[in-house]
Each structure stands twice: as structure tokens, then as C-alpha cells.
Write a protein that binds this ligand. Structure first.
Ligand SMILES: C[S@@+](CC[C@H](N)C(=O)[O-])C[C@H]1O[C@@H](n2cnc3c(N)ncnc32)[C@H](O)[C@@H]1O
Length: 167
């Protein structure tokens, strides 16, 4: 399993012991914290510095790819999702959670105003919809919900199995 933009490793405690986990993260400082956390949890993880937009892995080498609250911060979210799709095996599972464009118009306006500053200051986007990229890549969205005015979105999507892709 691969976690993209793993940050400080906040999700580490939630993976079952049997999962063989690889984590990629752009920031060496965040990676150091993730390494400490993994040590404290007694969890073996292959943690690597790298760019979500150009993952240094061969095609179709992971069963599952996870990315939480990071597509809002990665400069090209479409390219990052395409890279997740590339390294995922056919039939593999993509799990995403992020803050996205709100449902009500007034919240969309507020987030647009926040973005004027947040993108410039911290590269943080508040009006993205990664699910559109996932669907455009032909994934089947198996589970999906939105809450907190639609701002938080979670999804589980399946990459087309090889047999179906060849039809
Ligand atoms: C808000 S944090 C979320 C961290 C973690 N996924 C979590 O849920 O706690 C966003 C992370 O994305 C990382 N990031 C931003 N751009 C990246 C890129 N191009 N490649 C890899 N990681 C990136 C940041 O360094 C940061 O650690």
C-alpha cells in the first residue's frame, strides 16, 4: 500500500499490522516526524522523499493508494491523481479524503476569498474536486460522501480491472 504526501504520518496508527506500507512526502522535515512516529508505534514503513506529481515507482506496483488532505496542497492535483492511477494495479483501490469546493453558494464565495490569500501564502487550495479527475481516469467510485457543508469529501474508487479494460 502507498500513502502519498504522508506528512507527519498521522494515519500510521490506523493501518492494520499486516499492511506493507510505503509513504512518500515532499518535505524532509515532515518525513523526520513521520519516521519518529513510525518508530514510536513500532511500525515498519518505507518512508521516502518524493514528489506526488512524479512518483518514483513502476506502473501498477501497489494494491491500494491513499492520500488524505494533501491534494489541496499539491501544485498540480490532476497530475498527482494521474500518478496515483499509474502506480495502482488494475482492480486496485484508491482512497482519498480532502477538503474541496463547498456545496452552498455562500460557502463557495467564502472559500474563494480565502483562496486569494491561501494559495499565495501556503499553496493551499479550497475549491478543488479530485473526484472529477478520478472519474475522468475511468475509475469506478464505489463509496463516496461529503459533509461539513460539502467541504470534506471522502471516496473509495476502483481502477478498471485488466479484463474489463481489454474489452
Ligand atoms: C496538510 S498535509 C497532510 C499530511 C497527511 N496526508 C495527513 O493527512 O496528515 C499536506 C502534505 O502534502 C505534502 N505535499 C505537498 N506537495 C507535495 C508534493 N508535490 N509531493 C509530495 N508531498 C507533497 C506537504 O509537504 C504536506 O506534508
Amino acid at each position: 500500500m502507498l500513502e502519498v504526501a504522508i506528512g507527519t504520518g498521522l494515519n500510521l496508527a490506523h493501518y492494520p499490522d499486516e499492511v506493507q506500507l510505503t509513504g512518500v512526502e515532499w518535505s524532509p522535515a515532515m518525513l523526520d516526524i513521520a519516521r519518529d512516529r513510525a518508530r514510536q508505534l513500532g511500525r515498519a514503513v518505507d518512508l521516502r522523499q518524493g514528489d506526488a506529481q512524479a512518483l518514483d515507482f513502476p506502473d501498477a506496483c501497489f494494491d491500494t493508494v491513499v492520500c488524505t488532505f494533501s491534494l489541496c496542497a499539491i501544485p498540480d492535483d490532476r497530475q498527482a491523481v494521474a500518478e496515483m492511477a499509474r502506480v495502482l494495479r488494475p482492480g486496485g483501490l484508491l482512497l482519498l479524503a480532502d477538503h474541496v469546493e463547498a456545496s452552498p453558494w455562500y460557502a463557495r464565495v467564502a472559500l474563494a476569498l480565502i483562496e486569494v490569500v491561501s494559495i499565495r501564502v501556503g499553496g493551499e487550495h479550497f475549491r478543488r474536486r479530485p473526484i472529477r479527475h478520478v472519474r475522468a481516469l475511468g475509475f469506478t467510485v464505489e463509496d463516496h460522501d461529503r459533509f461539513k457543508l460539502g467541504i470534506v469529501e471522502r471516496l473509495a474508487a476502483r481502477k478498471t480491472p485488466r479484463s474489463a479494460a481489454g474489452r
